[in-house]
Structures are given as structure tokens and as C-alpha cells.
Design a protein around this ligand. Structure first.
Ligand code: SF4
Ligand code: SF4
Length: 182
């Protein structure tokens, strides 16, 4: 029977820590599993994610908006300016930290937590939210090559956590090698 879906983000730090070794074993197995090619793996992950996304209500969660840096790209600036009724230069001054962005190999980030555009558990600029917010949580393409970062996200995002749990139930761990302990 599949593991029940967890929607309560407050449980995630503990649950993700408990599953960490299992997720890492799955990552190793996926990295070395030549039978499951990149496209097939992406398709599998998307098929597992769809019913989870349908059940987890982001409007009741907002944990990503509360706890993660929001990455910005240049195209976000005029859209934010229009949504906030301020000049693009003011968006840059007030909401775009280029230095902190560069440290993360991003163009800029919003330097506040929670995100200043969060109202309760809702985005107050939803129609004009940054590009990164539209994509999160992004599993594909290239799930295999981003799995390390995805595992890090399991303690923040219920969707990520549940997708990894569902995937771990389908991926055979690598055979145990006694030489690993040496
Ligand atoms: S802009 Fe909106 S969606 Fe993006 S982090 Fe802020 S509140 Fe969340
Ligand atoms: S994307 Fe994840 S962390 Fe963000 S609101 Fe939805 S379930 Fe919560």
C-alpha cells in the first residue's frame, strides 16, 4: 500500500531527516541505473508528482514563500513594478539583492524571509509573481542531475517530500557492498 501523503509542512524537518538515508540510497541507485534513461525517469517522476500536486494545497502551506530565497531574473522587475505600482528602479532598490544573488549564482534574490509579498498563506502578487515562483517545485527536466538539491527541499516542501517517498518505493536500492564500510 502506498505511504499516505503528508501535507503538514511542520512535520517535514523530522520526517525528511528520518528518510534522509533512504533518499540518499535512492539517489545513488538512480545515478547508477543505466536502464532508466533520463526521459523515462522524468516521465516517471511527473506521473508520481501529478496526483500529489493535486492533493497538497499550496494556499494552506506557503512554506517555500516563508523560508526560501526568491530568485529574480531581469524580466521579473517590470512585472513587479507594475504589480506594486512603483518604478522598476524602486523594485531593484527595495527587493532585488544582486550581491546575495551572485553568491548563489543567481541574477538577484529578494533578501527577506518571509517573502515580503506573502499575505498570510497567499501571494499578494500571484498573477505577477517571479518566474522562479511559477516553477517551484520543479522536478523535470533532468531530475537525475538535480536530485541532490531536490533531496534538500524535502524538509521544506510537502510536494517534494511526498514525490521522493513515492519514488523511493519504486527504486531498487543498489546491492549492499561490504567493501563500502572499509
Ligand atoms: S512572490 Fe508570491 S509566490 Fe513568490 S515567494 Fe513571494 S509570496 Fe510566494
Ligand atoms: S510549493 Fe511546496 S512549500 Fe511551497 S506552498 Fe506548495 S507545498 Fe508548500
Amino acid at each position: 500500500m502506498p505511504t499516505p501523503i503528508i501535507a503538514d509542512y511542520t512535520l517535514l524537518p523530522r520526517l525528511a531527516a528520518e528518510r534522509r538515508a533512504e533518499f540518499e540510497a535512492m539517489r545513488e541507485a538512480i545515478e547508477f541505473d543505466g536502464a532508466l534513461n533520463d526521459d523515462a525517469l522524468d516521465a516517471l517522476v511527473e506521473s508520481l508528482a501529478a496526483p500529489i500536486i493535486a492533493v497538497v494545497d499550496c494556499t494552506q502551506c506557503a512554506n517555500c514563500c516563508r523560508s526560501l530565497d526568491v530568485c529574480l531574473v531581469p524580466d521579473d522587475i517590470p512585472r513587479l513594478a507594475s504589480a506594486l505600482l512603483i518604478a522598476p528602479d524602486d523594485v531593484m532598490t527595495r527587493y532585488a539583492d544582486r550581491e546575495r544573488g551572485a553568491a548563489q549564482e543567481e541574477w538577484a534574490v529578494v533578501p527577506e524571509h518571509p517573502c515580503p509579498f506573502l499575505g498570510g498563506t497567499l501571494c499578494t502578487i500571484y498573477a505577477d509573481r517571479p518566474h522562479a515562483c511559477r516553477l517551484y517545485p520543479q522536478f523535470t527536466p533532468d531530475f537525475r542531475y538535480n536530485l541532490e538539491d531536490t533531496i534538500e527541499g524535502a524538509s521544506t516542501c510537502p510536494i517534494i517530500y511526498n514525490v521522493l517517498v513515492a519514488l523511493a518505493e519504486r527504486v531498487e536500492p543498489l546491492p549492499y557492498d561490504e567493501g563500502d564500510e572499509s
